[in-house]
Design a protein around this ligand. Structure first.
Ligand code: MD6
Ligand code: FE
Length: 224
């Protein structure tokens, strides 16, 4: 895929970038690691397929009664869910009534390496929310505040179709910055802007060799 990125970060295929390489500050405590997960992306997609075979994608309902345009599932000890009674983390998938599938080793590996590259050496995720966007799907501005401990970062991995990530301020009305995220880009988000409002603009149509007409986002958290 043609990108507007310059050649400054070099070819990241086949080897992990050294800590700090390609790290782009987004806000205080938030860092973009461009293409950090590009080499691991095919293995991540395979692992997603195994998770989804056990815990299928589903469109959850918000407390306000709206069905989300994003399809979601989870892996790890805890999974994020929403229904008419609210947002929360559960140990059991409400659809299958089984525990969420375990965090695949390749997931944990990418998440902990990315956290370390952004300065969070101790990150141990216990939850991974898997979001699947189809063209026109979007995520309205929200804060992530269902986790117990806001001192742990969130590691967010983008796969497949590119999206525009909206990064706002402490108040919903703050006009968000627009950040293009491409396949393999990782955002590590912690510290003072941990509670910033953020979202994803409606996904443009397209085709990606890894994911077809989808974008998949993994968000790793220490939720419990
Ligand atoms: C997404 N991400 O990129 C949605 N939240 O599909 C999020 O809502 C998000 O990327 C907290 C931290 C990083 C994120
Ligand atoms: Fe979020």
């Amino acid at each position: 895929m043609k990108g507007r990125r310059g050649g400054a970060t070099g070819d990241l295929f086949g080897s992990a970038p050294p800590a700090g390489a390609g790290a782009e500050p987004l806000a205080e405590g938030a860092t973009i690691l461009r293409r950090f997960a590009e080499a691991a992306a095919p293995a991540l997609v395979e692992a997603i397929e195994r998770v989804v075979a056990a815990a299928p994608f589903r469109h959850m309902v918000t407390p306000g009664g709206y069905t989300m345009s994003i399809a979601m599932t989870n892996c790890g000890r805890l999974g994020w869910v929403t229904d008419r009674s609210g947002y929360r983390y559960t140990t059991t998938d409400p659809t299958t009534r089984r525990p969420w599938p375990a965090l695949p080793a390749v997931f944990r590996d990418v998440a902990t390496r990315a956290a370390a590259a952004a300065g969070f050496a101790e990150f141990e995720p216990d939850a991974c929310l898997i979001n699947r966007y189809e063209p026109r799907a979007r995520l309205s501005l929200h804060q992530d505040r269902n986790e117990r401990d806001f001192s742990a970062p969130i590691v967010s991995v983008s796969l497949g179709l590119r999206a525009v990530f909206l990064f706002g301020g402490a108040r919903r009305q703050d006009r968000p910055r627009r950040i293009r995220l491409e396949s393999g880009d990782v955002v590590v988000w912690g510290g003072p802007t941990r509670l910033a409002f953020h979202g994803v603009a409606p996904l443009p149509d397209g085709e990606h060799p890894l994911t077809g007409r989808h974008r998949i986002n993994l968000t790793f958290r220490k939720a419990g």
